[in-house]
Write a protein that binds this ligand. Structure first.
Ligand SMILES: NC(=O)c1ccc[n+]([C@@H]2O[C@H](COP(=O)([O-])OP(=O)(O)OC[C@H]3O[C@@H](n4cnc5c(N)ncnc54)[C@H](O)[C@@H]3O)[C@@H](O)[C@H]2O)c1
Ligand SMILES: O=C(O)CC[C@@H](O)C(=O)O
Length: 523
């Protein structure tokens, strides 16, 4: 049974994909009203709930946090990642609503509609105070040209406006396709009659419109922020409003929400809404449906397409990758149990058909399998790279044309303080995962269950003695593979059993002269 906590006001209709399953219980309550936080598998929020490290530490069973919206600034992504909790959002569902809201704010701003509305309702008829400005032929500056920014550009062009955009990640081809003028920030500031911001709030975008950049704008400029509070520095705005340099400002978002003591709200020429960009029936239905479906996918072991802390994969791609990431997880676990010393570096080399896939995900599979024996917290594809780095282990990927006769091959080399260990695996269609080389010994076995890895001398009688000891302890050998490089040199054995071996048997085997080492492995 999966338990899902819906902690903010999310469209009930949109949660339909999660309802009506015998195996899923959906609870709609604020976090503060829940006393069994540790029993929940998934948490769904909008922006009201702050998903902090502290909250996650209480939700010890949570596997996924879903944000029904775009911005994830109310979620501590690093804390979630460290705990192996996937964070997803709903990036597309509220784009149109927010673009339309921004446009409504822009029209309201230049035509003084909110002020005129208050005036008329106060029984005044004061037409001369509300003379506005046309949008037609005005120059619009858009900072941040993603989903919402580009929808605003389309609408601005329909209004006959010139559109200038600043976005360091915007390609010239996309700007040309959308018919906008891609410029540097300074050029945008100099040319725009109206500036609207549509970036996430990051270290780079916080205060992107500040005292310095505002001083480079045209006198009489209008500003809008329907993205995140803080992208326009609220305090820095005040003198520009007082001097009339900034003619008007429209704010849907604030550095502190609700903005109870925000002095900007005292200005007649500042209009505001209470974070309403995404507040339409359509947007709320869209984002709720999107996250509900994604949570269902994740809990059912299927890929999610809008993860913040995991590479996003389509179902097709996931199906291609899954056999390889399962193989590398086993390889990581096997290698970690064979090589019992501190590790400095891990290199995963891909050859053949697997090299064309999203290998970062497959490498994360190896890291999570490897680390699960070395860390005391849950590790999975979400937090594997982060924990590896935290442990000071470097890792990288290589690609090779060498396939050693297989259609696909994954070779891992792990370098430790005193030695290194290599392991090669392949996935054979209709047959499954195989380990085909250990430490340059060719071998062929299925990486699963209870195994024993023995390094020994290639001498008559060694295999017989191993068999006898196991027989003496009533242990049935399920499979046995041997490999050697040359006659009479060192050799390896990989045995599999139906149950885990007692440590005493391992000790007895280890005591033989001709046995170099014995490792008990559980996969
Ligand atoms: N008011 C609301 O209710 C509401 C609703 C939805 C989204 N939002 C906010 O709007 C913002 C944009 O949403 P979106 O869906 O368009 O996101 P998006 O990711 O599609 O677009 C953001 C764009 O900002 C650009 N960008 C990043 N750093 C930049 C920088 N330093 N300078 C200039 N551009 C930069 C990115 O390249 C990207 O193109 C988000 O912060 C989101 O939280 C607010
Ligand atoms: O949940 C909301 O209404 C706000 C959503 C919006 O800020 C977002 O980032 O998607």
């Amino acid at each position: 049974m999966y338990k899902i906590l819906v902690a903010d006001a999310i469209s009930s209709e949109g949660l339909a994909p999660l309802l009506g399953h015998d195996t899923i219980q959906v609870v709609q309550k604020k976090v503060s009203e829940v006393d069994d936080l540790a029993t929940y598998d998934a948490l769904l929020v909008r922006s009201a709930t702050k998903v902090t490290d502290e909250l996650l530490s209480q939700m010890t069973n949570v596997k996924i946090v879903a944000r029904a919206g775009v911005g994830v600034d109310n979620i501590d992504i690093d804390a979630a990642t460290k705990r192996g909790v996937i964070v997803i959002n709903a990036p597309n569902g509220n784009t149109i609503s927010t673009a339309e809201h921004t446009f409504a704010m822009m029209a309201s701003l230049v035509r003084h509609i909110p002020q005129a509305n208050i005036s008329v309702k106060s029984r005044e008829w004061n037409r001369s105070s509300f003379v506005g400005t046309e949008l037609y032929k005005k120059q619009l500056g858009i900072i941040g040209f993603g989903r919402i920014g580009s929808e605003i550009a389309k609408r601005a062009k329909a209004f006959g406006m010139g559109v200038h955009v600043f976005d360091p990640f915007l390609t010239a081809a996309r700007a040309e396709k959308l018919g906008v003028n891609a410029v540097e920030l300074e050029q945008l500031l100099a040319v725009a009659d109206i500036i609207t911001v549509h970036t996430p709030l990051t270290k780079e975008t916080k205060g992107i419109l500040n005292a310095d950049t505002l001083s480079k704008t045209k006198k009489g400029v209008y500003l809008l922020n329907c993205a995140r509070g803080g992208i326009i520095d609220e305090e820095a705005l005040i003198p520009f409003l007082q001097s009339g340099h900034v003619k008007g400002v429209a704010l849907d978002v604030f550095e502190v929400e609700p903005p109870v003591s925000q002095p900007l709200l005292e200005f007649e020429q500042v209009i505001a809404t209470p974070h309403l960009g995404a507040s339409t029936k359509e947007a709320q239905l869209n984002v709720a449906e999107d996250v509900a479906q994604e949570v269902l996918n994740y809990l059912n072991g299927n890929p999610v397409s809008s993860s913040i802390n995991l590479p996003t994969l389509s179902k097709d791609v996931f199906e291609k990758i899954h056999p390889f990431s399962s193989l590398t997880k086993k390889m990581g676990s096997l290698l970690s149990q064979c090589m019992k010393e501190p590790v400095q570096d891990i290199t995963v080399t891909y050859g053949g058909t697997v090299a064309d896939l999203e290998t970062t995900y497959i490498t994360r599979g190896f890291l999570s399998g490897f680390l699960q024996h070395r860390v005391d917290r849950s590790v999975n594809e979400v937090n594997a790279s982060m924990i590896t780095k935290e442990r000071g282990i470097t890792f990288g990927e290589r690609f090779s044309n060498e396939t050693e006769g297989y259609s696909n091959v994954i070779k891992v080399e792990v370098r430790g303080d005193h030695s290194s260990f290599t392991l090669t695996g392949t996935y054979v269609q209709d047959y499954g995962p195989r380990i085909v080389n250990i430490q340059s010994f060719n071998i062929d076995f299925y990486p699963d269950g209870h195994l024993l890895y023995i390094r020994h001398s290639d001498k008559p009688g060694v295999i017989g003695r191993v068999g006898k000891i196991l027989g003496d302890h009533d242990v049935n050998i399920a499979t046995m593979q041997v490999g050697r490089k040359q006659k009479g040199g060192e050799a390896i054995m990989m045995l599999s059993f139906d149950k885990s071996l007692d440590e005493a048997i391992v000790q007895r085997l280890q005591a033989f002269d001709d046995i170099v080492s014995v490792r008990k492995i559980n996969l």
